[in-house]
Design a binder for this molecule. Structure first.
Ligand SMILES: [Fe+2]
Ligand SMILES: [Fe+2]
Length: 320
């Protein structure tokens, strides 16, 4: 397929999509502000009934496991946290805006949402182990990371079926897209985020989550983190419904977890997986080393994600 023609068709369609709702443009400056007050947030969000209702549902969902019923948006914001509310409002609005595109192609939209929520959960958990990474920005970027798949499937359903076929034969989805389109869904997501005037902290991880080395120096760690969270949510079986949680480390690895042992453990694991032709990809060693994540950190994240599929589904039911 001609790269320029495909890109032009996508960009033209993106330009015709509705802009993000006004509430988001009023929220974006607050997204950068760490000292935002609950009243300022309530003033913006309380005026958007659709978002307010869904925040209430999320706060009451099993995801947050609250014992008592939450009936006011103010209480919901207290439960969810000011910063999480901003991320969620943005994520919900972006996915809502994409509803205008006709559902075609092989993409399972529920699975995409559940996988995106799972990746957001993984990114938030992993950000605790990576210095200088903001957990809410990581959560939001991860929630949006695969958003480009929606316009790609809506506009090129036949080509996306070819991609799905190649993926079934063992090729990575983004590589199959690059063979067919000369770009991948990350690029499409990046064009979308630019069109919506979202900050570079979101554009770069979305665009380059399959090619973290291409991101600019300022966003390389965040982009690597999203790449890794994407893989971790797949390893934890979130959104696939079939993959069991896999332990990355050898059973005794947690007793000896120096950073230098990580490569050896992961290489061994990768070789075993290759022999078993596992369809689940593996975090790139270079990424893990760059983020200074060790095997104990990864296993902590995987353990926390053990009930992730169920949690992500309850989250999805609340916001859909
Ligand atoms: Fe992706
Ligand atoms: Fe993904």
């Amino acid at each position: 397929m001609d790269r320029k023609k495909a890109r032009d068709k996508i960009v033209d369609t993106i330009n015709d999509l509705p802009t993000l709702p006004d509430v988001i443009h009023r929220l974006l400056p607050l997204l950068q502000d760490d000292d935002v007050s609950i009243n300022a947030l309530l003033d913006v969000i309380g005026k958007d009934l659709a978002i307010s209702m869904r925040l209430l549902k999320v706060a009451n969902s099993a995801y947050y496991g609250c014992m008592s019923q939450i009936t006011t948006v103010r209480h919901a914001i207290t439960i969810l946290g000011l910063r999480q509310v901003k991320s969620l409002a943005l994520g919900i609005s972006v996915f809502d805006t994409m509803r205008g595109l006709e559902k075609k192609g092989p993409l399972d939209y529920t699975m995409l949402w559940v996988h995106s929520i799972g990746t957001a959960m993984a990114a938030q958990l992993m950000s605790k182990f990576v210095s200088d990474t903001d957990s809410e920005t990581a959560f939001t970027a991860a929630l949006l990371h695969d958003i480009g798949k929606i316009p790609l499937n809506a506009l090129f359903p036949d080509e996306c079926r070819q991609v799905a076929k190649k993926a079934l034969q063992g090729m990575d989805c983004f590589e199959a897209e690059e063979e067919v389109f000369q770009f991948n869904h990350g690029d499409v997501g990046g064009w979308l985020c630019v069109n919506w005037k979202l900050p570079a902290a979101l554009v770069q991880p979305v665009q380059y989550h399959h090619h973290y080395k291409r991101s600019s120096a300022a966003w390389k760690d965040l982009t690597s983190l999203i790449h890794c969270a994407d893989v971790m949510s797949k390893l934890a079986g979130i959104g696939t419904g079939t993959q069991p949680v896999k332990e990355i480390a050898e059973p005794n690895a947690d007793t000896a977890t120096p950073q230098e042992d990580l490569s050896a453990v992961l290489s061994k694991k990768r070789q075993t997986d290759e022999q078993q032709t596992s369809a689940v990809p593996f975090p790139s060693l270079a990424v893990l080393e760059n983020l200074q994540l060790n095997i104990t950190d990864l296993n902590t994240v995987l353990t926390e994600l053990a009930a992730g599929d169920q949690k992500a589904r309850s989250f999805f039911n609340a916001i859909s």
